[in-house]
Design a protein around this ligand. Structure first.
Ligand SMILES: [Zn+2]
Length: 454
């Protein structure tokens, strides 16, 4: 986070609050509260909350916040359109192209797509720094799923209509407001807003879109704060990144006939030993750590000694150290189990080679991490919630924000407003009632983070 460094000479009002986090003494301008403000009247207002109120009272910001209320027809059109485009993991290109077209139609001056299909839009070329507002484009639904998003009464129904067509719609709504109301005009700092539709958040996508942005893109060092929009609602702030690591363990042996090759090392027996050993691993409740063996495969027929057996293992923790420890436990369990089966086999028969081969393939890696409680982005989000009279809990989840948070960068994941349910099912729904609260919340957070409005 580098807000102050951008403008230490003569801070614009929008960046003044950032200095409070660094203990600098700031002469606070007394500004009237917006008549529309629902901030508690209790005095004195915390300085940051007062700064948010000042931001919200700026004419162009007020206009944008009111405009959100009248645009539901457009928001619904965007949301249904994007939800009807198939976007299975590794098959997001059609949505990427659609989003780039919408960015162009809104008048964003700089639109780019990287080789993975991440789409970037900004009003002008990003200078030294930017705040990103992103939503993932991919869905959990495999190719061939009927993406039949539809409106029934007020509600929208269909796969991905909330997760994450609501998020994509919010990104478009924010971009539209920024362009329409000139929210970044006259900014005295080089910070801009970067709108992103990214690939690869769900399942086997393994956060590949966000990972690429933060490790191998022109923006990786320029993004000072990230606001990830995922799903519906306004009642959470994800500031703790739940980490996970997933493995496919495959054991292979010579196989054989159940009668004539009896005694040869059996990969299914070795896998069962490995499961038995690993499942006895102790895990801590704080930091919470879990594991699961979710899938097993193997064997040919009841009268064959199998040539292979495999399992899929999911390890989760809020602590990167605990994830590392469980991975070592898993590797050790597989090694011991294989050795035991080889020894048993060698003792039983001299007819067959006693070799088993073990392969442990990483099939997922979502890094863990958490923001410090005094993180600037968290304080801003809380101040915005206090100003808007919104109640939200800080939560732990696995989202695109895992990547920046694990790198020690400021990031949160929040909802797009409205309400939603049935995520990752064909019965997913979204109710836009109250969507404008979510959009106002996002707008105030990103403007405060950018510190560019005055
Ligand atoms: Zn999602």
């Amino acid at each position: 986070m580098n807000i102050v460094a951008m403008n230490q000479e003569s801070p614009a009002p929008g960046v003044v609050f950032a200095q409070l986090f660094r203990g600098l003494v700031v002469r606070w301008p007394h500004l009237p509260m917006s008549p529309a403000s629902r901030a508690p009247a209790a005095e004195p207002l915390p300085a940051l909350q007062q700064e948010i109120a000042r931001l919200a009272a700026l004419p162009q910001v007020r206009s944008a916040m009111e405009w959100f209320r009248d645009q539901e027809a457009q928001f619904t059109r965007w949301q249904l359109e994007v939800a009807r485009i198939a976007a299975p993991p590794f098959g997001e290109q059609a949505r990427s192209d659609w989003l780039a077209e919408q960015f162009a139609a809104l008048g964003l001056g700089c639109i780019e797509q990287d080789s993975l299909g991440n789409v970037f839009g900004s009003q002008a070329a990003v200078g030294a720094s930017c705040v990103s507002i992103s939503a993932h484009l991919d869905t959990v639904f495999p190719a061939g799923t009927s993406m039949d998003a539809r409106q029934q009464g007020r509600k929208l129904h269909g796969p991905s209509v909330s997760d994450n067509s609501a998020g994509v719609t919010a990104v478009l709504a924010l971009a539209a407001a920024v362009v329409r109301f000139g929210l970044l005009q006259g900014n005295s700092t080089p910070t801009s807003l970067l709108f992103i539709g990214n690939v690869g958040e769900e399942g086997e996508g393994d956060l590949r879109g966000m990972r690429n942005i933060f490790t191998d893109s022109q923006w990786k060092d320029k993004i000072t704060a990230s606001v990830v929009i995922d799903g519906a609602g306004t009642d959470t702030i994800v500031a703790e990144a739940l980490g996970s690591r997933r493995f496919e363990v495959t054991l292979r042996g010579p196989g054989g006939h159940s009668w004539s090759d009896f005694g040869a090392p059996n990969p299914i027996v070795a896998l069962a030993r490995a499961i038995h050993l690993f499942s006895q691993t102790r895990v801590s409740s704080s930091p919470k750590t879990t594991f699961n063996i979710g899938v097993i495969h193997g064997g040919t027929s009841v009268n064959s000694i199998p040539q292979s057996a495999s399992m899929r293992v999911d390890i989760r923790s809020t602590s990167a150290f605990e994830i590392e420890r469980l991975e070592l436990e898993l590797r050790s369990a597989v090694e011991h189990a294989t050795e035991e089966e080889e020894i048993r086999s060698a003792n039983d028969t001299s007819l067959r080679s006693a070799e088993l081969e073990a392969e442990i393939l990483a099939i997922g890696n979502r890094p863990a991490g958490e923001l410090p409680p005094n993180a600037c982005i968290l304080q801003i989000a809380r101040a915005v919630d206090a100003y808007l009279g919104n109640t939200a809990k800080v939560q732990r989840a696995s989202t695109d924000a895992n990547i920046p948070i694990s790198l020690g960068r400021e990031a949160i994941a929040i909802g797009a407003g409205g309400a939603g349910g049935g995520a990752h099912t064909l019965h997913e729904w979204f109710d836009p009632a109250g969507r404008e609260l979510g959009l106002r919340r996002i707008l105030l957070i990103v403007l405060a983070l950018a510190g560019t409005v005055k």
